[in-house]
Design a protein around this ligand. Structure first.
Ligand code: NI
Length: 178
């Protein structure tokens, strides 16, 4: 198992619609998930989607431990989500800062659904269904967009709030969905 190179914005593989997983509980799927986890941990990300390591499948992982340095970033359970379906639970949209391991060094303010339900499957094929809001909902939307070839700058509406993290936040201390 291995830390894999993360594709960066501009690589055509990031613009593709990923394929649904058809077989669960396989050695190939387990190996993919270990690689995603190793890569996310190495790069200190909040989430990672299979297309970001060049694998054309609808698999995302995400999870954030509570961190006293970032009291605004609630903990999100460590989750492997396969073939996800997202359904907004209200029309409410919220803007917050995001980054992405495929767009290194930059941050942008992105509008996202505030409340949503997501469903999908775990690696064994057992169903997952959760209703979430705020940061958890944001992370899921960001990761699942990767499965449809969408990077967060494509969701932005105000490009005055897009830039290099060191310029935007010289004091540091910003936790963002990756
Ligand atoms: Ni991303």
């Amino acid at each position: 198992m291995a830390v894999r190179p993360v594709l960066r914005m501009g690589d055509a593989r990031l613009w593709q619609q990923a394929r649904a997983v058809e077989q669960f509980a396989t050695a190939e799927l387990a190996a993919l998930i270990v690689d995603l986890e190793d890569t996310m941990r190495e790069l200190d990300g909040a989430g990672l989607a299979a297309p970001q390591i060049g694998v054309d499948l609808r698999v995302v992982i995400f999870g954030i431990d509570a961190n006293p340095r970032y009291p605004d970033a609630e903990a999100v359970p460590h989750t492997v989500l396969i073939n996800p379906v997202l359904t907004p639970l209200s029309t409410e949209v919220e803007e917050a800062w995001e980054g992405c391991l495929s767009v290194p060094g930059l941050r942008g303010c992105v509008p996202r659904w505030k409340h949503l339900r997501y469903s999908g499957f775990d690696p064994s094929g057992r169903p997952i269904e959760r209703s979430v809001c705020d940061f958890h909902a944001r992370v899921v939307q960001h990761e699942c967009d990767h499965l449809d070839g969408i990077l967060y700058p494509m969701r932005m509406t105000d490009f005055s709030r897009f830039g290099f993290v060191n310029e935007l936040f010289p004091e540091g201390g910003l936790a963002t969905a990756e």
